[in-house]
Design a protein around this ligand. Structure first.
Ligand code: ADE
Ligand code: ZN
Length: 331
């Protein structure tokens, strides 16, 4: 690669919003399905990619793919594969969402062994490429508040050097965020950083609910704040960090194209925006691709990306020594 794209490829990158299961390469899932004799042909398209047409079907395909992730070893291999792909795109620090509900059927007894295997995967990736990883156990909103509380308990019990946050994804249209307040309080008491998906499928009210009920410092997506100027001001004043995933938003039809995406307008309004990929193979993206599209849509340069990576590191759920060490690398 030569030219501007190769400059973007070389930039050290910080990613705050990446779902482990959603980052599983289709070939990896197909391989596990073959090993286990599970027929998953319905979730793949003719090109071998994941098949989905809208947000609801995306979630269904995602959960179907996860049915072949059945053992701690499967998760260890998945972490290694996902981190190898991130490192190849120049990512030096990543925070990975992983759902305890999808590990060993969500059994609390299974969690420590699954987590240990994923940490082993992250350690092996660090040895291979130097990539630094933190894990954010994540509730799945449409599984309901009880299971979210159980996920928060597992996150709290294993909080430490690697498990540093708690989050929630899933179907934003399901239930009210206030019903999840106790899960987030429990996680906060354990010292975990908090983030929640809002303002992706639903509008500004979902973001206000997140700020009013969950005391999060970061919001997954949050881009639909742009529909309400007072909310944009609030995000800027309160220093809330948005984990923006432009390629995901365009693929899911939240915006028709890159130039219509509000990330540049939010940034100009003083909101702390960062750039991530969400579920790269589902949305045919990666960090280099995101940067290249943003450079082309908004004229962002390596100076803008370095600033965004500093914002991401300041918002990262990591220890101060790691933050300082990596801040020195992003320039
Ligand atoms: N889980 C994985 N990706 C997600 C997304 N984009 N929105 C909500 N939940 C998710
Ligand atoms: Zn997400």
């Amino acid at each position: 690669m030569t030219g501007p794209k190769s400059d973007l490829a070389r930039l050290p990158k910080v990613e705050l919003h990446l779902h482990l299961e959603g980052a599983a390469p289709p070939a990896f899932i197909r391989g596990l399905a073959a090993e286990k004799g599970v027929d998953l042909s319905a979730i793949f398209d003719a090109d071998g990619g994941y098949r989905w047409a809208d947000f609801a079907e995306f979630l269904r395909t995602y959960e179907a793919a996860c049915t072949v992730l059945q053992s701690p070893r499967d998760f260890c291999r998945l972490v290694e594969a996902v981190l190898a792909a991130s490192a190849a795109d120049g990512v030096i620090y990543t925070e990975i969402f992983l759902a305890p509900d999808l590990c060993g059927g969500g059994s609390p007894a299974a969690w420590p062994e699954y987590l240990a295997a994923m940490i082993e995967g992250a350690d092996s990736a660090r040895r291979a490429s130097g990539i630094e990883t933190r894990f954010i156990p994540t509730a799945i909103r449409h599984f309901g508040p009880e299971r979210a509380l159980r996920a928060a308990r597992l996150a709290a019990e294993t909080a430490g050097a690697v498990v540093t946050g708690f989050g929630m994804g899933g179907d934003e249209r399901d239930g009210h965020l206030a019903e999840f307040a106790s899960a987030f309080e429990l996680a906060a008491e354990a010292g975990l950083g908090l983030t929640v998906h809002a303002g992706e499928v639903c509008g500004p009210q979902s973001i206000r609910d997140a700020l009013d009920h969950l005391s999060v410092s970061r919001i997954g997506h949050g881009v639909r704040a742009i529909e309400e100027p007072a909310l944009v001001s609030r995000l800027a004043e309160e220093g809330i960090v948005l984990e923006v995933n432009p390629g995901s938003n365009v693929a899911l039809g939240v915006y028709p194209d890159w130039r219509s995406h509000p990330i540049d307008r939010l940034r100009r309004a003083g909101v702390n925006v960062t750039v991530s990929t969400d579920d790269p193979p589902y949305f045919h993206t990666g960090m280099i691709h995101e940067y290249a599209e943003l450079a082309s849509a908004f004229g962002w340069t390596s100076v803008d990306f370095a600033a965004i990576n500093r914002t991401a590191l300041r918002a990262a759920f990591c220890d101060e020594k790691t933050r300082e060490r990596l801040l020195a690398r992003v320039g």
